[in-house]
Ligand binder design. Structure first.
Ligand code: BV8
Length: 237
């Protein structure tokens, strides 16, 4: 069985990583364009570095752990007969730390820095600033977070679109479905004939596009869904 799973900030919420929208969200008190766009970075790089330095410090500070939803998806990915393509909009490393491999980070990774001078992408767990030096070329004032900002092309889109085109199931977990092209994946999956499921705390603009919606916390519903799927396969022998 070929399954594509798309995760958003909601899967990491129970681990203590703030989501974007909703009370206390990352975008609260910030204008998206100011902190998550190339123009915002060009205008005030230190402000953008601060926005990501705070998130990176939280992620590496030792208090954030993968939750049951991340672990259930890692179990699904290890199951024989299941071809799982795990696509995340999240820039945290919780899927990897839960044991998933080949995680497709559509919007990049918080623990990597990219050099705008030589293009090198380096692991990066500390604060970034204009004084940071590129480990590859020695350049200064040329490092940026290795994330996809608004107006930039998401990473690995072609491979993800191909996987969706072959999928039997498409499951979106903890995403508000407000950012494209990820928000269009459910429509692509339906066109490809996949059965679609949404797992989210609340109704979202594209909830109606899914064959089925389950309302609740990812930490409860994702392990339940994985167990249900794998038991049904076992019963079928
Ligand atoms: C592109 C950066 C083209 C890293 C992010 C008009 C129409 C259509 C499209 C556009 C348009 N105008 C502009 C666009 C394009 C634009 C876009 O979509 N804008 C939106 C605002 C309309 N998109 C882009 O620019 C993309 N690029 O289109 O490129 C192109 C083509 C060719 C050449 C060049 C370019 C790039 C988009 C990527 C932007 N970067 N992040 C970072 O800082 O993290 S987006 C950011 O928001 C996140 O990365 C995430 O991906 C995204 C969505 O957030 P969610 O993950 O869904 O989180 P959110 O907080 O919104 O929702 C959480 C959900 O979880 C909620 O529903 C909640 O109920 C639920 N939840 C909470 N707790 C739980 C839970 N569920 C279950 N259990 C819980 N416990």
């Amino acid at each position: 069985m070929k399954i594509v799973v798309l995760t958003g900030a909601g899967i990491s919420a129970e681990s203590g990583v703030p989501t974007f929208r909703g009370a206390g969200g990352l975008w609260e008190g910030q204008r998206i364009e100011d902190v998550a766009s190339p123009r915002g970075f060009a205008r005030d790089p230190e402000r953008v570095h601060q926005f990501y330095n705070g998130r990176r410090a939280l992620l590496t500070g030792g208090t954030i752990q993968p939750n049951a939803a991340h672990l259930a998806l890692a179990r699904l990915g290890r199951t024989r007969g299941i071809e799982l393509t795990l696509v995340t909009q999240n820039i945290d490393d919780l899927h990897e730390r839960a044991g998933s491999d080949d995680v497709r980070h559509l919007h990049g990774e918080l623990l990597k820095a990219r050099c705008t001078a030589c293009g090198a992408v380096n692991p990066w767990r500390e604060d970034l600033s204009r004084a940071s030096i590129c480990p590859a070329c020695g350049g200064i004032d040329c490092l940026r977070p290795h994330v996809v900002w608004f107006g930039e092309l998401p990473f690995g889109l072609e491979e993800v679109a191909a996987a969706i085109g072959r999928a039997d199931r498409f499951v979106a977990i903890g995403t508000s479905g407000r950012v494209y092209p990820a928000a269009a994946f459910v429509a692509w999956a339906r066109e490809a004939g996949a059965r679609t499921l949404e797992i989210n705390l609340e109704e979202c603009p594209c909830s109606g596009d899914f064959h089925e919606s389950r309302r609740g916390r990812a930490g409860d519903l994702v392990p339940e869904w994985v167990e249900e799927l794998l038991s049904a396969r076992k019963d079928r022998g």
